[in-house]
Design a binder for this molecule. Sequence first.
Ligand code: GTP
Ligand code: MG
Length: 393
Amino acid sequence: MAPYRQFRSMAMVFLPICALLTITYMAFISFDTSGFQNDQAQIMKMQKAVEDEQKPLTTTALANNTTNVKAAFVVLVRNSELDDLRSAMRQMEDRFNHRYNYPWVFLNDADFSEEFKAKTKGIASGNTFYGKVDDTMWGYPEWIDQDKASDTRENMKEVIYGDSESYRHMCRFQSGFFFRHPLMLEYDYYWRVEPGVEFSCSVDYDPFALMQEKDMKYGWTISLKEYEETIPTLWNTAKEFMQKYPQHIVPKDDPGSLLKWVSDDDGETYNLCHFWSNFEIGSIKWLNSPAYLDFFNYLDQNGGFFYERWGDAPVHSIAAALLLKKDEVHWFYDHGYFHNPFRQCPREPAWVADEKCLCNPEDSFDEHWYSCTPKWLELTGKKRTDYLVTTRS
Ligand SMILES: Nc1nc2c(ncn2[C@@H]2O[C@H](COP(=O)(O)OP(=O)(O)OP(=O)(O)O)[C@@H](O)[C@H]2O)c(=O)[nH]1
Ligand SMILES: [Mg+2]
């Protein structure tokens, strides 16, 4: 019996001590774990915020350094604009194309000079092609009354480019023909470049791959309002088109409809909003589709390219708003771009401008009262950062 009693007295001493130690340990563990869990949740929340800010829209476009998209730059240009063109090309090559080597297509209503060819070929990292635009694409269609066109120019002297004949041919060509020039037909996507523009941010992903991967049709950087005097009857003509070709129109009650971007009264009138077409990354197949061609031909028959001064920017933009859905149109927010007098410079997160760009976000036009980009964001229900593709290096 003695060993049992000894064991019992030892147990009476040790058991409470063990119980106390166990309780203390459990309390410590549970306190420590919940603290750890809190920290962990906090860290995960912060990581998610950073990831959301940096979330790439695509993976392929970022990962692929090789050219697998059938795409080209397209430049309508005169020989006299060579220096300004070389400046724009140099920036495009340094900021983007030296890693991708996409070809350049130059178009002109006159012959390109040998100097022009040599000095553009010298800068391009991809192949260069030079095309002449003939009078099937640059000139008066037979239904145009040229006296009436001439009177219009006389009467529009006060309007910017209102008295210019060549400007009208240019706008009609950019609206309805550049994408079916024989040199362009082998490509799926184009990036329009103009002499004298600036590309002020490094583009470390492939916008063409992004467009292809997401099946997007039209990309832009700056939006603004058109001079009303240049397009008095454009919207009414577009409304007639909508009635005649309902099969091409995205219904206005479709959640993807972009009608509200160009009209504040349910389609009654045009609010003058358009994408500035001197920068465009777009689908050549879309422009060659029956929907777009029916639209262009309908406008062209009306004669407004000559009897008014319809610009290719409102023409492309109204087409996009009527024929495309929200997800098919992309704001290239993370591109730095300047065409006199407006600039696009990414605002936030701050690192984009600091690390990738040579521009001041305070100069960016996107929040200007004359910009239509706030309306775009409101309609699409997106934030600027939703359009961020570039990532931190
Ligand atoms: N070959 C050729 N190219 C032209 C002609 N007119 C304009 N372009 C080109 O067409 C594009 C648009 O013309 P711009 O004069 O820049 O028109 P804009 O951008 O509305 O006006 P700006 O404020 O002057 O730049 C540019 O790439 C020009 O080089 C022309 O008569 N012949
Ligand atoms: Mg220009």
